[in-house]
Design a protein around this ligand. Structure first.
Ligand SMILES: [Zn+2]
Length: 251
């Protein structure tokens, strides 16, 4: 996959990096990434992915822009309030980088449609705001063999996990969160700049994986915005996990 003169100029600061170079840029260009949720995490991740030159960026969100989103969802403007997030986010990505094919999907991910939505992508970045969606996305990623960057932020805490095969996101959180009735930031609050930090970090994990800069699978990165500190832990696989564990006996 060759790079045009415009792309060579645009990505010059990538290409000059010895560990990245033209081959790293070509991998980004060939990559099809799907971002679940064009909210606070998406607002950090989408500009980073689009600017970096991910070839195809699918953006899934069923929601409309609310005025209370603008404190942290900085890809939207005042004038976008009431309009579809997926379309505005895709327009933002394409406006930032004409080499990105940005595809908006105004749907809510559930166990019934997750596999069809994710199929055909090389990496999933999940920045959705509830566990039911996260688990549906994770289970579909395990089934389809697609690596997953799962990112979340609430109050002063952020987390970014990278999953490929075992362990999966369900190994980490268990089966108790399959319902919609879970904590979300509408009730608990979230610091504005935190979501952008976590979303941008999630994009970095994705870009590292796609460009072959490092394998972070099975690691969970935790950010404490109150203490201003990151730490990383390794997640153990759950042998009994109903998504990635040993297949159940038939019969
Ligand atoms: Zn699992």
């Amino acid at each position: 996959m060759n790079l045009s003169d415009d792309e060579l100029e645009r990505y010059a600061r990538h290409i000059v990096l010895p560990q990245f170079g033209g081959p790293g840029q070509q991998r980004l260009k060939a990559a099809r990434v799907i971002v679940i949720g064009a909210g606070g995490i998406g607002s950090g991740a989408i500009p980073a992915l689009a600017g970096a030159g991910i070839g195809r960026l699918t953006i899934v969100d069923d929601d409309a822009v609310d005025r209370s989103n603008l404190q942290r969802q900085t890809i939207f403007r005042d004038a976008d309030v009431g309009e579809a997030k997926a379309h505005h986010a895709a327009r933002f990505a394409a406006g930032l980088n004409t080499h990105v094919e940005a595809v908006p999907v105004r749907e809510r991910v559930n166990p019934g449609n997750a596999a069809a939505l994710l199929n055909g992508h090389d990496l999933v970045l999940d920045g959705s705001d509830n566990f039911a969606t996260r688990l549906a996305v994770s289970d579909a990623c395990v089934k389809l063999g697609i690596p997953l960057v799962s990112a979340a932020a609430i109050k002063f805490q952020g987390q970014v996990g990278f999953f490929r095969g075992q362990p999966c996101f369900r190994c980490f959180v268990g089966d108790a969160f399959d319902s919609d009735e879970c904590d979300n930031c509408a009730e608990l609050g979230v610091l504005g700049a935190l979501t952008g930090t976590v979303g941008s970090f999630a994009a970095l994990v994705a870009i590292r994986a796609i460009a072959g800069l490092g394998d972070d699978a099975g690691k969970l990165h935790l950010f404490d915005a109150a203490a201003l500190a990151w730490r990383a832990i390794s997640l153990p696989p759950d042998p009994g996990c109903r998504a990635c564990g040993a297949p159940a006996q038939s019969g």
